[in-house]
Design a protein around this ligand. Structure first.
Ligand SMILES: C[S@@+](CC[C@H](N)C(=O)[O-])C[C@H]1O[C@@H](n2cnc3c(N)ncnc32)[C@H](O)[C@@H]1O
Length: 274
C-alpha cells in the first residue's frame, strides 16, 4: 500500500527542514500534489528521497533556488482572462466607486507574482477615473519575484498578449530588455513580502484580487484565508478570484457570488442579473 501522504515521515521531515531553513510552512499546501511534485524535483537533482534533497538544498544554493521557484510557481500575465478584467472594469469598479464613502479605493493584489496583476488593476482604474489616487498594495511570498514586480520592466510579448496597442502606448514604453511600465503607473503600487498562510492582511478594503494562488493550498488553509479576506473587506467590497476558482461555502462566509469570479461581501446574485 502507498505511504499515507500526510503521515509520510520523509515528507514531514522535509516540511520541518523547510520551515527551519526558509521560514516557509508547507503544511498549508495540498500534501498529495506537493509531495508528488517534490519527488520529481528531488529526482532531477539526483536525490533518491526528500530527506536527501533537503540536505542537498542546505548546501547547494542552486538547489535551494530551484525549490523556491518550484514552490511559488510565478506564472502570470497582464489582464489574464481578459473577459473577467472587462467585467471588473465595467461592473465592479463603478459599483465600488459609487458605494465607497471615500475618493480613492483601497485594493490588495494577493500573490501578485511579476506585478502584472496590480499593474492591470492600476491601468483599468486610470482609464475609469483618470488622475484619481487609489491605494494599491501588492504582496507575494517570493522576494525575487517581488523585486521583478517592483522594477516593472523586462516584460515580454507573451506577458502583454492581452494588452491592446492603445494601452501599450499609454502605459508602457519599449526598452531594450522588453516592455516597461511607465513611472506614473508604477508609482501607484506598494509591493510587500507577505505569506498569505500566516500573515494578517489589511483592513477596510474595497477590492481583494487573489487569483491562481490558492490552487495548491489545502481546503483548511483556503477556508482560513477566505475568512481573513472576508474580515479584511469593507461591507460591499469585492473578492476577485481566478477563472477556474470557486470559493467553497462562500455564502456561509458572507461572500455573495455576484458574477463569475466575483464575490461581494454581503452581496447576493439578483435574479436575472447578467
Ligand atoms: C501562479 S502565480 C499567480 C499570479 C497572479 N495572481 C495571476 O493570477 O496572474 C501564484 C503566486 O502566488 C504566490 N504564492 C504562493 N504561495 C503563497 C503564499 N503562501 N503567500 C503569498 N504568496 C504566495 C507565488 O509566489 C506566485 O507568485
Amino acid at each position: 500500500m502507498a505511504v499515507d501522504q500526510v503521515h509520510d515521515p520523509d515528507y514531514q521531515a522535509f516540511i520541518r527542514k523547510v520551515r527551519r531553513l526558509l521560514d516557509l510552512d508547507l503544511g498549508g499546501y495540498k500534501p498529495e500534489q506537493m509531495r508528488r511534485r517534490l519527488h520529481a524535483l528531488a529526482t532531477r537533482h539526483g536525490a533518491p528521497n526528500l530527506a536527501v534533497f533537503a540536505d542537498v538544498m542546505e548546501k547547494d544554493v542552486e538547489a535551494m533556488n530551484a525549490f523556491k521557484n518550484f514552490f511559488t510557481i510565478n506564472v502570470s500575465e497582464f489582464l489574464r482572462d481578459a473577459s473577467r478584467w472587462n467585467e471588473l472594469q465595467q461592473k465592479v469598479l463603478p459599483r465600488l466607486m459609487q458605494s465607497g464613502n471615500r475618493r480613492g479605493l483601497r485594493i490588495w493584489s494577493a500573490g501578485c507574482s511579476i506585478g502584472a496583476e496590480p499593474y492591470s488593476v492600476a491601468m483599468l482604474l486610470e482609464e475609469s477615473a483618470p488622475g484619481q489616487q487609489h491605494s494599491i498594495m501588492a504582496t507575494d511570498i517570493d522576494e525575487t519575484i517581488l523585486a521583478r514586480a517592483q522594477a516593472g520592466r523586462g516584460y515580454q510579448e507573451s506577458d502583454l498578449r492581452q494588452v491592446s496597442a492603445e494601452r501599450r502606448a499609454r502605459f508602457f514604453s519599449k526598452e531594450p530588455d522588453g516592455w516597461a511600465v511607465k513611472p506614473a503607473l508604477k508609482s501607484r503600487i506598494r509591493f510587500l513580502k507577505q505569506d498569505l498562510l500566516t500573515q494578517v492582511p489589511q483592513q477596510d478594503l474595497d477590492l481583494i484580487v487573489c487569483r491562481n494562488v490558492v490552487i495548491y493550498f489545502t481546503e483548511d488553509a483556503k477556508k482560513g484565508l477566505y475568512e481573513r479576506m472576508y474580515r479584511a473587506l469593507r461591507p460591499g467590497g469585492f473578492l476577485f478570484v481566478g477563472g477556474t476558482e470557486i470559493v467553497a461555502g462562500a455564502r456561509d462566509l458572507g461572500l455573495g457570488p455576484v458574477w463569475t469570479s466575483f464575490y461581494e461581501k454581503g452581496g447576493y446574485r439578483q435574479a436575472g442579473a447578467a
